[in-house]
Design a protein around this ligand. Structure first.
Ligand code: BDR
Ligand code: CA
Length: 324
């Protein structure tokens, strides 16, 4: 069995990634078994992340998946005055009413997300894949709290960082790494863990790519009109509309596609020693690749993707393409 833990700061693209993972489990793709969802701060406050995760699980009728609350902030404070709030204050475009918190938070597991990560890895040593689509705080804390954690991890998929220094929160840094640079540094520099990293730039579709246009997403993909599109259409339309983006680029879902459909989506990948800039005045949080190859490679970095194939994968996720 392919055990998976999903660590997230939901977020529209996180939601798409989770929906894709759930579809994969239900379709028995790669014998996936979802062990749990761990929540981390990032796109929104941790309480909103928890609410959004339950909203997604309820939409696809999967209240059985355990949810754990994790870190509410980064290891060190970071300046966030330029936060574009792409995802809105509540991470889901501020369009849904929030349910009664008492009821929602009672559904959380008692255990903290960080201990849950460790317990899953200990229960199934070298058998759990961790998919990390938010700031890396929970995972880094787990590594520091439990020095044997790294040896128990099968592999880890990370959406974060950038390979050419193209940022989306500052000029030089990608959001997830920027939100907790120290955590990203701790995780990327741990050589005992097999890491597959999807940086920001390969997720950016070219304007001429029709099947990644927002128009395609909100018209053709939504034509199926089921609970998934009903949940996600207003969120995407609000979040993308707010910043005037014309292309749909759900980075976290792209990472999930890298995990589930590597042969379809990966166009080019290379091995690098990956680290993170911690001090730079303008470059704090930027991913650093050792282009000179002086240090031993510590990660596989996805450099280019077949985004045209994301069409089929997205259709499969909403249930209107059964060919995969
Ligand atoms: C990443 O930042 C977040 O806003 C998204 O959810 C994604 O994980 C992209 O840089
Ligand atoms: Ca995310």
């Amino acid at each position: 069995q392919n055990f998976v833990v999903f660590d997230t700061d939901v977020g529209t693209d996180d939601a798409w990634a989770l929906l894709m993972l759930i579809r994969a489990e239900e379709k028995k793709l790669k014998n996936i078994k979802i062990l749990g969802v761990t929540c981390v701060h990032g796109n929104t406050e941790i309480e909103h992340v928890v609410r959004n995760v339950f909203r997604v699980l309820d939409t696809v009728n999967r209240p059985d998946i355990p949810v754990f609350k994790g870190a509410s902030g980064p290891l060190l404070p970071i300046p966030m005055d330029n936060n574009p709030f792409f995802h809105g204050v509540d991470g889901f475009g501020d369009i849904y009413e929030h349910g009664e918190d008492d009821k929602i938070f009672r559904r959380l597991q008692k255990e903290h997300a960080v201990t849950a990560l460790y317990d899953f890895a200990s229960k199934y040593p070298k058998k759990v894949t961790f998919i990390l689509v938010g700031p890396l705080t929970n995972f880094a804390l787990c590594m520091k709290m439990y020095p044997d954690f790294a040896d128990k991890v099968k592999d880890v998929y990370i959406m974060g960082g950038n390979r050419k220094g193209v940022g989306n929160i500052t000029s030089c840094a990608e959001y997830n790494f920027y939100c907790d640079p120290e955590a990203a540094y701790i995780v990327t520099n741990e050589s005992r863990i097999t890491k597959i990293i999807l940086p920001w730039e390969p997720c950016l579709p070219k304007p001429e790519q029709k099947y990644t246009s927002l128009e395609w997403r909100l018209k053709e993909l939504s034509a199926i009109n089921n609970p998934i599109t009903k949940l996600m259409d207003p969120v995407d339309s609000k979040c993308y509309g707010r910043v005037g983006r014309k292309q749909w680029c759900p980075c976290d879902a792209c990472l999930m596609a890298v995990f589930l459909f590597p042969e379809l989506i990966i166009k080019k990948e290379s091995k690098y020693h990956v680290s993170v800039e911690l001090i730079g005045t303008n470059t704090r949080g930027q991913m650093i690749l050792d282009h000179k190859k002086e240090k031993a490679d510590n990660a596989r970095v996805i450099e280019m993707m077949h985004l045209e194939n994301f069409k089929e994968i997205a259709e499969w996720t909403v249930g209107c393409n059964i060919n995969l």
